[in-house]
Design a binder for this molecule. Sequence first.
Ligand SMILES: [Zn+2]
Ligand SMILES: [Zn+2]
Length: 285
Amino acid sequence: MRRRRPTLLTRPARWEPPQPAWLDPQPVRQHPGVALPAHTRSVASPGPWTSRWAFAPTWQGRAGAVIDYAVWLAGRVDLLTAARTELAGANLACYCPLDEPCHRDVLLDVANPPADPLAGGRAVGLTLRRPWASLLLVPRHLGGIPIHTCTWSTDYRGPVCIFAGTRIVASAKSTAATAGLDADWHTKQTGWLGAAVLVNIHRAGRHCCQPRGAHPRNHDDRLYHWVFTNPGRLALPTYGRGFLGLRAVSWTVLMRRRALGFTHLRPSPDPSTPTPAAPPPGASP
Ligand SMILES: [Zn+2]
Ligand SMILES: [Zn+2]
């Protein structure tokens, strides 16, 4: 009798954010003095859709500027409504190169809000346990903990929307209290809390990122430190549901569904939504 080969549990292939279909409205690069293509609206300066944070000198600063814009836009119900009438269905143009973080990505999602924001979009989302999720969005100089310890890595760098899941890590509460933060308040924060820029991932060593990052207990522990900067927090969290791994989501996860024109507060589960590649067990912090 032939013995069946044991199934190897392999790590997932490199994760890459899925691209919206070519029929969806696309980002366009605008050039001074050059006419825009058909079906394209400019969201660059000057105009009502300009981002006042757009002129950061570094890539990290520009990624943070996109987060600042998204968090600010989440509170502007007037602009969220106007985007759906003035920008829906149009390609959106800005002077930023297409491979740079730009606020036109936020506006593309907001102008064409999907019924299920987890079905894909131009942002990236991550579920963290409580209160780690909330602590990550506190500025570092105010005692924030911008290091996420994880058993897997990714090539993605850029803005990440942070979802505070249902699970609570008791040890994190004492870490918060040691940092002088209100552990109970941070533990109560659930849902989409805001976003931060993922700038670096490295193998956790015994002495790096102390006292904020966990270190391997023995040589077999494969742990990574995900380093975040430029946190942007919503005034109030928005409703959502957790998921495994890093996945493409719509920037509208940060917006209230009523402000996006949806009358049903909770999106119905979409059976056609593909299941994301699951990271190895224990992937969350
Ligand atoms: Zn731009
Ligand atoms: Zn480290």
